[in-house]
Ligand binder design. Structure first.
Ligand SMILES: N[C@@H](CCC[C@H](N)C(=O)O)C(=O)O
Length: 282
């Protein structure tokens, strides 16, 4: 089975051309094997380019490296846009940048645009802020979760929760490099207040237009970047009054440019997506 290995700032994925059928060609259990960095291809997840639904061009589904299926993936959809560009060019239908794809996801319609400079800008849709939308029991269902105390590892953290279709818990710290992510990440991920688990972002505000971020991802652990996490973190920063509505988010794998538009309440992310290699899986 042929595959293409892409990454968005080091958040890496196996991409599969799945346009010929509506169900993913491999199971979650096989995806776990494919993601293994010693016995498999090695990746943070497997992404399937499936036929579109309704008035969308394609459908994206993703399995995390633990086999769980998240609603959305920001770095992954930039990679998928580049993958689709290559697939369509091979069919003699190369799109001309700027070109926007309408992608159906479990988080709804997401629209990545191939830019002439090679970057990809994604309309990530609106953030979801109510406790029931995250979901979390940290507050009443119809309440937002902004700077709410949560005890993890015998320490109290002020957390803000934002969903970009997938759930995120953000906390602001003085020095992200001092965070013991390997110890804290799993305790946040599996905390009882997050019934669908949680992605956790630690943010250091360098300037109102420049954030530093480290992330422990639900179903994947420490990754070099998380696009939905960067979007959620920008929104959390605005809600806490500590950053602008547009900022660079510096991740270990590199920068993403994020804007939460006051005009339409949608979040826009711009960043790279690169092909690392192609291959055939036995
Ligand atoms: N790294 C992705 C997020 C992938 C899904 C996440 N692990 C989850 O389970 O929600 C991104 O770039 O958004």
């Amino acid at each position: 089975m042929e595959f293409s290995k892409y990454h968005g700032l080091g958040n890496d994925f196996v991409l599969v051309d799945n346009r010929h059928q509506v169900e993913p060609v491999i199971s979650p259990e096989m995806a776990v094997q494919w993601c293994d960095r010693h016995f498999g291809i090695g990746a943070d997840g497997v992404i399937f380019a499936l036929p579109g639904q309704g008035d969308t061009d394609y459908t994206m589904r993703i399995y995390n490296s633990d086999g769980s299926e998240p609603e959305m993936c920001g770095n992954g959809i930039r990679c998928m846009a580049k993958f689709l560009e290559t697939l369509e060019a091979a069919d003699g239908k190369a799109p001309q940048a700027p070109h926007t794809y309408r992608i159906h996801t479990l988080a709804g319609l997401i629209s990545p645009t191939l830019q002439p400079d090679g970057q990809v800008t994604v309309d990530m849709g609106p953030p979801y802020l109510l406790a029931r939308e995250i979901p979390t029991t940290l507050a009443a269902a119809e309440q937002k979760v902004v700077a709410v105390p949560l005890t993890v590892a015998e320490q109290t953290w002020d957390v803000t929760c934002v969903s970009m279709g997938n759930p995120h818990c953000i906390t602001f710290v003085e020095d992200v490099e001092a965070i013991a992510l390997e110890n804290l990440g799993p305790q946040f991920e599996h905390h009882s207040v997050f019934p669908q688990r949680i992605n956790t972002e630690f943010i250091q505000v360098v300037r109102p237009d420049y954030l530093k971020m480290r992330v422990w991802e639900r179903g994947a652990g420490i990754t070099l970047a998380c696009g939905t996490g960067a979007c959620a973190s920008l929104v959390a920063g605005v809600l806490n009054g500590v950053c602008d509505r547009a900022a660079t988010v510096e991740l270990p794998g590199g920068p993403l440019y994020i804007e939460w538009s006051a005009a339409d309440n949608r979040v826009y992310m711009t960043g790279p997506a690169e092909l690392a290699f192609t291959g055939t899986r036995a």
